[in-house]
Design a protein around this ligand. Structure first.
Ligand SMILES: Nc1nc2c(ncn2[C@@H]2O[C@H](COP(=O)(O)OP(=O)(O)OP(=O)(O)O)[C@@H](O)[C@H]2O)c(=O)[nH]1
Ligand SMILES: [Mg+2]
Length: 433
């Protein structure tokens, strides 16, 4: 692919804003994106920037089979970007892809303003939203790993700035020292995280030993998972109209027709979630893997294409963390924002999905009944004998079992019931026959 061939070729588009609030914003980004498919959207990157507190003053996309390995865009297109930076008074360029350190360096040299990539923006949002000790450690680890790869680039940049004014730039030894410090810190963070994870592991295994069915909320960030947790269980988890509002897992319970359920809300998904974050948040995401059932929450008010993209993003993260095969219920949230025609349309398009509104409470009883039904489906018939000496286990049984048929005998109780497949092993010693 000759770099020149893409110069100024019609694929680009530019938008500008005259919104005074945007013109006043301190960080004013010109967004750049390579569109490899011809129908790529920069909407998500715009939302990420908004969440990070950066105004978008314009965007330029270039249609090409893949980004230029050295400078992301073609040389001619970069000239256009430069002109656009002038015209929009941008003080930052934000790239809707993860840039190789070399691409980032070359772009900064060519454009004369700082260049940030998609991963840096997401890391920044996570850093801002992390509240728990564990969340903070996870984010710091992800940031260090991201920075380690770029450190040489960073110092080269500083050296260049220092050149000519008599300052001595940090030499190779300084770079090496910094890399070593970063690696030491990474190792220390990993150790501390392990400690925190073990702690949470204890709580988790206690929860798992309990016989209560575990439901995990999964889905695209901002789909309304936390709002749904609150609506189902009466919890008061924070909710916000921004991406990645929730980073820490929260578990709460509710009861439906005498059976108790635990619901866990955790970090949301996005397209191209940086692998450093998937790695760092693996333990948090595992809450999802260990559940019995997933509620995949989708924002029904986004248009059809966005909805598909969001469902695919969730699918790919779920399979990456090993939860691809879990029993799943698709939940179409924010149905209150749809009119009758739109509702009819999504019903045809996604007939198995349960439409709800976490805000108004519409559809929640149907959803609870569906959760109950899916659990019933995973159940198998068992016959048990519970000696009177182990009477407490009848109580355990009542927590998980469906309808229980019991017959009192001289030494204990004969029980016929159905148990969720994941729970059968806990009562194996009582099995009859
Ligand atoms: N109209 C309407 N808005 C909703 C509904 N559910 C949630 N929202 C709004 O959608 C936004 C995101 O809700 P959250 O519950 O924070 O979403 P989340 O999926 O937990 O998002 P993250 O934690 O960022 O991954 C908030 O502004 C909510 O008020 C709903 O059923 N109807
Ligand atoms: Mg949330």
């Amino acid at each position: 692919m000759s770099r020149g061939s893409s110069n100024g070729s019609g694929g680009g588009r530019a938008v500008r804003t005259d919104n005074p609030a945007v013109r006043r914003a301190r960080q004013r980004a010109l967004m750049i994106a390579v569109d490899t498919t011809g129908n790529g959207s920069t909407e998500e990157m715009g939302e990420l920037l908004r969440t990070a507190g950066v105004a978008t003053v314009g965007e330029m996309t270039q249609r090409r089979p893949e980004p230029d390995p050295d400078r992301y865009f073609g040389q001619g297109k970069l000239e256009e970007v430069k002109a656009e930076i002038e015209r929009t008074d941008a003080n930052l360029v934000a790239c809707d892809d993860e840039l190789a350190p070399r691409q980032e360096r070359n772009l900064e040299a060519a454009l004369g303003v700082p260049v940030i990539d998609r991963t840096a923006v997401i890391l920044d949002i996570f850093a801002d939203h992390a509240h728990s000790a564990e969340g903070k450690l996870q984010v710091e680890l992800a940031q260090l790993e991201y920075n380690l790869a770029r450190m040489r680039g960073l110092w080269t940049h500083l050296e260049r700035l220092g050149a000519g004014i008599g300052t001595r730039g940090p030499g190779e030894s300084q770079i090496e020292t910094d890399r070593r410090l970063a690696r030491d810190r990474i190792a220390a963070l990993r150790r501390r995280l392990k400690g925190v994870e073990q702690n949470r592991g204890v709580m988790r295994s206690r929860r798992q030993e309990s016989t209560i069915p575990q439901v995990a909320l999964a889905g695209y960030t901002n789909a309304g998972k936390s709002t749904l947790l609150n609506a189902l269980t009466g919890a008061e988890v924070g909710v916000g109209d921004r991406l990645f509002h929730t980073l820490d897992p929260t578990t709460r319970g509710y009861e439906f027709e005498g059976r108790r359920y635990l619901v866990t809300d955790t970090v949301g998904f996005i397209e191209k979630l940086p692998h450093q974050l998937v790695e760092a948040f693996r333990a948090t995401l595992e809450e999802t893997v260990l559940s019995d059932l997933l509620l995949q929450v989708v924002d029904a008010s986004s248009d059809e294409e966005r909805m598909l993209v969001q469902m695919q993003a969730a699918d790919s993260v779920l399979s990456e963390i090993g939860a691809g095969d879990k029993p799943r219920i698709l939940v179409l949230n924010k149905i209150d924002l749809l009119d009758a025609d739109q509702r009819a349309e999504v019903r045809i398009r996604l007939p198995d999905a349960i439409p709800v509104s976490a805000s108004t409470g519409e559809g929640l009883e149907v959803l609870k009944a569906e959760i109950d039904r899916v659990f019933e489906d995973t159940m198998a018939a068992v016959e048990l004998f519970v000696p009177y000496s182990q009477g407490a286990r009848l109580h355990d049984l009542h927590e998980v079992a469906g309808h229980i048929e019991r017959e009192d005998e001289p030494d204990g109780v004969r029980v016929r019931t159905r148990l969720p497949s994941g729970q059968i092993h806990r009562f194996k010693d009582l099995a009859v026959g």
